[in-house]
Design a protein. Sequence first.
Length: 374
Amino acid sequence: MLTSLKNIKMLAVTATVAAIMAFPAGAQDIFTVTGVHVDERAETAAAARESALEIGQRKAFEEVVARLTLPEDRAGLAMPDTSTITNMVRDFGVSNEKTSSVRYIADMTVRFKDDELRRYLRFRDISFAELQSKPVMIVPVYRTNNYVSLWDDPNPWREVWSRNIATSGLVPIKAPIGDLTDISAITAEQAENGAMEPLGQLARRYGADVAVVASAEVTGPQSGETVNVSVTRYDPTGAPQIFGVQEKTQAGETLNETLVRAAKSVQDQLADGWKRANLINYGTGGNLMVFIPITGLGDWAGIEKKLVGLPVVRNSRVVAMSKREVQLSLDYVGSTNQLQTALNQQNLSLSRMGELWFIQPSGSDRLDGLSLGS
């Protein structure tokens, strides 16, 4: 007989279990999946826990593969067996643990071995992207009954984004808090009209370069509403990108749940657009001899750390170095355009003058002081 929820008690995480550990805040990356909820029953608590942890790792595997690949590329990818997934897991942690004699509930964080996951996908000829973009700023405009709202209440669309933003993955998303600074930065009408300066001001406040106006309109009778979302991605370096999302309220579903699904669809399309532009062909690549102007060893250490952390950089070797410049041999995968995009996400720019390539911090002009005689 199942024990009632009133009798479910909290379990302490045992420090002696090496696989279960706590993760420091901010230690997540694209190969880490958080918030995996498990709730399993079995004949014993131990069996329920074992089953839940196995299922949680499988859910996390599905999510990380979806994060890196396009829907059409992973459509024919079969779910691997448990041992294969386990071999790709670096470690995992649990929180909010609850158990009874026959039930186990928890939220899991699973970290995958990046090299093993790459190898798994490449062996099956699945294209993937792993370059993370800079954060984008969602501007959630809400339309219903001829009423347009951005900062005014009620705006359930803004509330959905504030609770359901994707802070990890390839396209991290920021949502405005709607305080007086936000209200003074931009109006709903300016957002829908694509006013670049107010949009840029709002984005920069939250550390984003790109603003995405997601204008949701609710139509139809109550309990049978349709949510139509018009999305425009305003990139200061290119033309606006526009797409639409439509979600209909399903039987037994609230409007808020429909809005959550619509927000998830917007997130997925933003991520897929980024992935399509940044899929890496590991069979291509090359070598560049680049010159990097520096202001000192500390400055070079910061630039080098950014270069080493890029997924498109296979190897780098210092050929020559002085107090003012570094000459670097850089091996990369993909195209030079993809290398340029990857550097831009780290606030570094790649440029070419004649036959020579240069890397410098974005927005700076250090090339005037660079000696090309080394």
